[in-house]
Design a protein around this ligand. Structure first.
Ligand code: CA
Ligand code: CA
Ligand code: CA
Length: 298
């Protein structure tokens, strides 16, 4: 093997090792990606006293939806204009969309912890799913996060992931949103512990395009990327404070804060799927094989 080829392979392997150690093995938090800073604050048109909590980018409507502890579901453009508020009584902490073509969004409620099926068109709640037999926190430490993880082979189109502030765990549920329009039967599927001993899980978002589950932790100011089963991918220090909601629109990362602010961090570097790293590794093996063949020919 020539010195040049050996050098190239060495550099490539070192780069792969750096990527793998940073994203698959270590659990230390990286600085927030500089490319996404500074953020733009887009919550200026919200009513005074509004406490932005959960957030979801609706890919069917191209609108940002956020919910407030004070019982409002709000839709707006990605720059914070065209604010429209709907009153939905409850301590609203999370919101997600299971099917962007349907009229429904699903709103996570704290105390009593549950999920409301909210009709975006009429502003009415069709039904409420009670989660308290599986997850509930003391007073204001209950359900704080909600997202939907689609799965084509699931009879209900996927699972709901609900985060509990008190223990920092994710509880996954199958709700009869495809098989029925009236049933309120809840099936608990699994419980995921993103970080043992870390509480204050305050927001969840599943990036369908890249199959990455994002979680934010309020008091420790962390943004964590995981596979859908909770396997660690990456973690960053999250700017701001009182972060309670997270969603993505392409490379725009939105973070809603309980202090009244909604931040848009543009050019967030979407992390590669684990399969991309595998391809990178296969590329390195290919290069090694090439070098080996070249040496044998000599
Ligand atoms: Ca809140
Ligand atoms: Ca609350
Ligand atoms: Ca809370």
């Amino acid at each position: 093997m020539s010195t040049t080829v050996r050098l190239h392979i060495g550099v490539l392997l070192a780069a792969i090792a750096a990527v793998l150690s940073g994203h698959c093995v270590s659990s230390a938090a990286d600085p927030f990606p500089p490319a996404a800073l500074p953020g733009t604050e887009i919550g200026g048109n919200l009513p005074s006293g509004y406490e932005p909590s959960g957030a979801i980018w609706h890919t069917g409507l191209n609108k940002l939806f956020i919910v407030s502890d004070g019982g409002l579901v709000t839709r707006m453009n990605s720059d914070g204009t065209s604010v429209n508020n709907r009153s939905v009584p409850g301590d609203l902490e999370g919101i997600c969309v299971a099917d962007p073509l349907s009229s429904f969004a699903y709103v996570g409620v704290e105390n009593p912890d549950g999920v409301m099926e909210f009709n975006i068109t009429t502003g009415l709640v069709a039904r409420t799913f009670n989660l308290t037999p599986w997850m509930t926190g003391p007073s204001n430490s209950g359900l704080e996060a909600l997202t939907f993880v689609p799965n084509a082979s699931d009879p209900e189109g996927g699972l709901f992931y609900a985060g509990l502030q008190a223990d920092g765990k994710i509880y996954t549920f199958r709700l009869p949103i495809v098989s029925s329009s009236t049933s309120t039967t809840v099936t608990h599927v699994s419980t995921i512990t993103p970080v043992a001993g870390r509480t204050d899980l305050s927001g969840l978002h599943y990036d369908v395009d890249n199959q990455v589950l994002y979680a934010i932790f309020d008091s420790s100011n962390r943004l964590r990327a995981m596979q859908a089963d909770g396997t660690f991918i990456a973690e960053w220090v999250l700017p701001g404070s009182a972060q309670e909601g997270i969603t993505l629109a392409g490379t725009d990362l939105f973070v809603s804060q309980d202090d009244g602010k909604v931040w848009r961090y543009s050019s967030f570097p979407i992390i590669p799927e684990p399969s991309t790293l595998v391809l990178l590794g296969m590329g390195a093996l290919g290069l090694l094989a090439y070098a080996h063949r070249k040496r044998r020919r000599r």
